[in-house]
Write a protein that binds this ligand. Structure first.
Ligand SMILES: Cc1cc2nc3c(=O)[nH]c(=O)nc-3n(C[C@H](O)[C@H](O)[C@H](O)COP(=O)(O)OP(=O)(O)OC[C@H]3O[C@@H](n4cnc5c(N)ncnc54)[C@H](O)[C@@H]3O)c2cc1C
Ligand code: FES
Length: 246
């Protein structure tokens, strides 16, 4: 993990690219804390925001997000050449599945899965869901991969009308990896348990620091508590206390 002040290459309401030489290599599913630098005239919001590293090409890191509040709005308004501070890579990320894998992404959680889908050595099925086609983040990038792709949207504007979990049918030998809203993750965990498949989920808990200082991300697990930032965000679904998470 390192703190680097990068230079924005491009930014908009769907995400941003930043040149950040010196940021150590990451593994799929890791994240970075993004913060407008104090030297920059606009220092609000002060707290950094956690974002999954969508992909990296040489020194340029790409993040995909939705504007939901003032932090993501400020990030979307950055202009090429402006500075952006990054702390990362953070968290454990996904260990690549060795055998057949089923990846399930909902909403912004999709951003954690592109590099897993790209790099996993075994056969990969990807199920993506969102409210509408525009909500299915990075759809064209997933379509370009050598994976079986399934899509569900609430309004039927892409793929099947319905929930992404309607497309989830894990086999016993398959590993299920999921990132998205809590209800989606809980259902994935249940379907995997019924099928006898291993399931790992990545949590998008709100975070203030990203490296174990503020206690803001702590979640209850069976028999204790865990930091999502340093011990996650990826957890074995059977470890989590789903009732306490709800
Ligand atoms: C490890 C990790 C990876 C993430 N990766 C991505 C990503 O790749 N793309 C992306 O768009 N988002 C991602 N997020 C979520 C992102 O960090 C939040 O959406 C962002 O911090 C919101 O900041 P804001 O100031 O715009 O919104 P705020 O003003 O802080 O909040 C606006 C609204 O969003 C809700 N909200 C804020 N943070 C979260 C959260 N973490 N989960 C659910 N609801 C939240 C608030 O309750 C509020 O209703 C990730 C979160 C984590 C922990
Ligand atoms: S985000 Fe601060 S301790 Fe995890």
């Amino acid at each position: 993990m390192r703190r680097v002040v990068g230079e924005v290459v491009d930014a908009g309401p769907g995400g941003l690219c930043v040149r950040a030489p010196g940021l150590p290599a990451h593994r799929p599913g890791q994240f970075a804390m993004l913060q407008l630098t104090p030297g920059f005239a606009r220092t609000d919001p002060l707290l950094p925001r956690p974002m999954a590293i969508y992909r990296r090409e040489a020194d340029v890191l790409e993040f995909r997000f939705k504007v939901v509040g003032r932090g993501t709005r400020a990030l979307a308004e950055l202009r090429p050449g402006q500075p952006l501070a990054l702390v990362g890579p953070l968290g454990n990320g996904f260990e690549l599945p060795r055998g057949p894998a089923l990846l399930v992404g909902g909403g912004t959680g999709i951003a954690s899965l592109l590099e897993v889908a790209r790099d996993a050595p075994g056969p990969v099925t990807v199920a993506l869901g969102g409210r509408s086609r525009d909500d299915v983040l990075g759809l064209a990038d997933f379509e370009a991969l050598d994976v079986e792709l399934r899509v569900a949207t609430d309004d039927g504007s892409a793929g099947r009308r319905g929930l992404v979990t309607d497309l989830v049918d894990p086999g016993a030998g398959q590993e299920l990896l999921a990132c998205g809203p809590h209800g989606m993750l809980a259902r994935c965990a249940q379907l995997a348990r019924e099928a006898g498949a291993r399931c790992r989920v990545s949590l998008e808990s709100p975070m203030a620091c990203g490296f174990g200082i503020c206690l803001g991300c702590v979640v209850r697990v069976r028999g204790g508590l865990r930091y999502v930032c340093t011990e996650g965000p990826v957890f074995d679904a059977e470890l989590l206390d789903w009732e306490a998470l709800a």
